[in-house]
Ligand binder design. Structure first.
Ligand code: SF4
Length: 434
């Protein structure tokens, strides 16, 4: 979501007549405008940002014309602190007022006064904003913003507000445009992507959207993905639509967060471990080769050894192809930040390492099942790598696994080729074209 927001900021700036330069050039300060998009989800984001602002203040001494704009969740959360740093920052904007960016920048330049504008909520989905996309072949398309859930560890609802759904026709129009422009892959984005339609009173709108994406296959849309779904609102019609729509990929990122029902209640996740595993079973029955990944938080406040053992049990049963595991850390402003019984760092770390060991072993076993299989690989432009030493090219399989192909330097980003998997490691595969 944050990466795509950066694409939209870049799109707005481009429409204003600015041209993007490489980061290295920007860091010299010899530019007209320096844009920073912040994220409050990651720990240390604030420290990093203030470190950057210190450097930018120095650059402004050599280039007084430099305009610094700071947007995103952290800017929204810490707007007062930002305002205090007015000498370094010319414009502070939040997640709900990207469309006002031209006015804010122009006013800051004309008046030589810092402009701080943070709107409490999104009035309307900003469908008209264009994006300067990082990839021609693979496009993010937002379908909703904000979230109606209240997970106690998460700052998103406070910063992004309630869910606002984008009109179905507007989503389809953007997909049509990116496909016309050469995109072969689209990732539908939402904080709680499968609750799309709740604002319009249609709880099946997300599955209808997936089926609609199927109609674009003959026009070149080969791969449709989405992130992130929420288990509590993951309905059977979505599973059926995934299974029956050829270009919807057999991969699913389904955040577990904890395997303990007690902790899931403390986290206000609105599902229990049995319901979570039931969804996974249904997905695997309908789509046998689906690769399922997850997010897990270790050391949430009041997590006991028994709670952690429950997470280990679910992880062993779920057999995720990979997991993003996080050591819980306090996010000021969230309900969990003030909960009693915060877990000490050594305990969190010890559990985290145990979980990692088990999950890495599962990941490797699941990856090894791929060896000998023929897979379709889309050469990646953003995450892939060309390695001149061994002529390797990287890409992703249909179920979302990273694979490096030998002797494939003639391939271009966005190409889709068949390959046979020859080797598996926990986080990547090796293969050759067939
Ligand atoms: S569903 Fe996701 S975005 Fe919404 S509150 Fe929970 S963790 Fe945050």
């Amino acid at each position: 979501m944050n990466v795509h927001d950066s694409e939209r900021i870049a799109g707005v700036l481009e429409e204003m007549g600015y041209t993007a330069v490489d980061r290295e050039v920007a860091m010299t300060g010899a530019v007209s405008i320096f844009a920073i998009n912040t994220c409050a989800v990651r720990e240390n984001a604030a420290n990093k940002l203030y470190g950057h602002l210190g450097k930018l203040l120095e650059l402004k001494k050599t280039n007084p014309e430099l305009t610094v704009i700071v947007g995103g969740c952290l800017a929204q959360k810490d707007k007062d602190e930002m305002a205090k740093r007015a000498r370094a920052v010319d414009v502070v904007f939040g997640t709900h007022n990207l469309h006002n960016l031209p006015r804010l920048i122009e006013t800051a330049i004309e008046t030589n006064k810092a402009q701080v504008e943070v709107l409490p909520r999104l009035v309307q989905f900003p469908s008209e904003l264009s994006a300067k996309r990082g990839s021609k072949h693979s496009a993010w398309v937002s379908i909703s913003m904000g979230c109606n859930n209240t997970c106690t560890f998460c700052i998103v609802p406070q910063l992004r507000g309630k869910e606002r759904d984008r009109r179905f026709e507007d989503v389809v129009r953007e997909v049509e445009a990116v496909v016309e422009n050469g995109a072969k892959e689209v990732t539908l984005l939402g904080q709680n992507v499968n609750s799309y339609g709740s604002e319009f009173g249609d709880r099946h709108l997300f599955s209808k959207l997936l089926r609609k994406m199927g109609e674009f296959q003959e026009r070149g849309l080969e791969r449709v993905r989405f992130t992130s779904p929420h288990p509590a609102s993951f309905t059977d019609d979505v599973i059926t639509a995934m299974a029956e729509t050829e270009n919807v990929m057999p991969s699913l990122h389904m955040p577990l967060q904890s395997g303990s029902d007690r902790l899931l209640r403390l986290m206000r996740r609105s599902y229990n471990s049995a319901r979570f595993l039931e969804i996974l079973n249904k997905v695997r029955t309908a789509i046998p080769h689906a690769a399922i990944t997850t997010d897990i938080i270790v050391g949430f406040p009041d997590e006991t050894e028994e709670d952690f053992e429950e997470t280990m049990r679910v992880v062993e049963e779920a057999r995720f192809s990979s997991a993003y595991t996080f050591e819980y850390s306090i996010r000021p402003g969230t309900p969990a930040a003030t909960m009693e019984n915060q877990i000490t760092k050594p305990v969190v770390q010890e559990r985290f390492e145990r979980l990692l060991k088990v999950q890495n072993a599962i990941s490797l076993e699941e990856q090894q099942k791929q060896v000998g299989r023929e897979v379709k690989v889309m050469i990646s432009n953003t995450q892939g790598r060309k390695d001149a030493a061994d002529n390797r090219v990287s890409g992703y399989t249909e179920d979302g696994r990273l694979i490096h192909l030998d002797d494939a330097c003639d391939l271009n980003e966005g190409d889709i080729v068949s390959a046979t998997v020859s080797y598996a490691a926990p986080f990547h595969l090796l293969g050759s074209r067939t």
